[in-house]
Design a protein around this ligand. Structure first.
Ligand SMILES: Cc1ncc(COP(=O)(O)O)c(C=O)c1O
Length: 343
């Protein structure tokens, strides 16, 4: 099913005449560049490539996606905000968010003055499809649905996403920030089937570049063109593009680290289960574990006192903490401190 994307776009964005940078008007590399008010000296004196051609080509190879289907953001957080600004009219349109999930969907909705329709995950942390279908049937102001898979902070893959994409006359954003830990479940290739699907991925998690700030959106070229139209022209710095390219050029290093993290996750899970304070550990498809303990606030505070910081999720899932899988040494230290707390 192909839906009319232009009907979903905010009128001011459709009408927008985007900024045309000096590097848009002339993109060759040979010549004397007196067009962008740069200082002629130095090695980072030039503005970066606003289209990030080299980086997109490399990401395309690694992810089997064509460059024309890739948009790059200053982290996927920037892409989340740009999606709101493209499709959701402030004070009028709505977004479906399925908590407990990543907090930025709600924050971005609030920044953009977009009403949130909250449809909590079921007790098994899967989508309440019935409630989602009823809502999108009854409320035409819902323009966006955010689905996080694997979900943060629960760690599980979300099922039945394509059913939602098929039934919804709006944009479905599938946030796959943690998908490199279970790549076979990615929806990236489904962008060719659905023109209302946006898949988000990032270099911040398995790829180890959270400090570099590069996130991707995969979608059909119509949506990619809209995001390109409204992004700040030079949103990915030269340094960030270089670092991302260098990292993506060595997929064998990335694979080795990912496998080590997965092995550590398994070990951590086994050892945590031995502790009296641990009640249950939810299955994880990501690089973290959601752990139910007897008293999350107490466990969290006791760990902080020992300079070990985990994420207290007690306010969203009772007595749960979220533990990121660290290095072997970090995990050993965490286990040592938890054993002491457990006694
Ligand atoms: C589900 C999810 N999406 C997106 C992000 C943000 O990623 P980025 O660093 O690419 O902005 C995070 C970071 O924690 C996340 O957990």
């Amino acid at each position: 099913m192909n839906i009319d994307i232009n009907k979903l776009v905010r009128q001011n964005i459709l009408n927008l005449k985007p900024y045309s940078s000096a590097r848009d008007e002339f993109s060759g590399t040979e010549g004397i560049f007196l067009d962008a008010n740069e200082n002629p000296n130095g090695s980072f004196n030039r503005y970066p490539d606003p289209h990030q051609a080299k980086l997109k080509s490399m990401i395309g190879k690694v992810k089997s996606v064509e460059p024309e289907n890739i948009f790059l953001g200053n982290g996927s957080d920037e892409v989340i905000d740009l999606i709101f600004r493209t499709f959701a009219n402030p004070g009028k349109d709505k977004v479906i968010v399925c908590p407990p999930t990543y907090g930025m969907y709600e924050v971005s909705a609030n920044i953009n003055d977009v009403e949130i329709v909250s449809i909590p995950l079921l007790p098994d942390f899967q989508l309440d499809k019935q409630a989602i279908f009823e809502t999108i049937e009854q409320d035409t102001a819902v323009k966006l649905i955010f689905i996080c898979s694997p979900n943060n902070p629960t760690g599980n893959l979300i099922e039945g996403i394509e059913e939602i994409i098929e039934k919804f006359n709006g944009i479905v954003v599938v946030d796959e920030a943690y998908i490199d830990f279970s790549p076979e479940s990615s929806k990236a290739q489904a962008i060719h089937k659905y023109n209302n699907l946006v898949v988000l991925q990032t270099l911040s998690k398995a790829w180890g570049l959270a400090g570099v700030r590069v996130g991707f959106a995969f979608a059909q070229s119509e949506i990619i063109a809209l995001l390109n139209k409204i992004k700040p022209p030079y949103n990915i710095s030269t340094l960030n593009q270089q670092q991302a390219l260098a990292r993506l050029s060595h997929p064998e290093e990335f694979e080795a680290e990912r496998n080590e993290i997965l092995a550590e996750r398994e070990r951590l899970e086994k050892e945590l289960m031995q502790l009296a304070i641990v009640k249950q550990i939810y299955p994880s498809n990501a690089n973290f574990l959601l752990v139910e303990v007897d008293d999350a606030n107490n466990v969290y505070n006791s760990l902080v006192m020992k300079n070990v910081i985990v994420r207290n999720r007690n306010s969203v899932i009772k007595n749960c903490i979220r533990i990121t899988v660290g290095t072997k040494q970090e995990n050993d230290r965490l286990l040592k401190e938890l054993k002491e707390i457990s006694q």
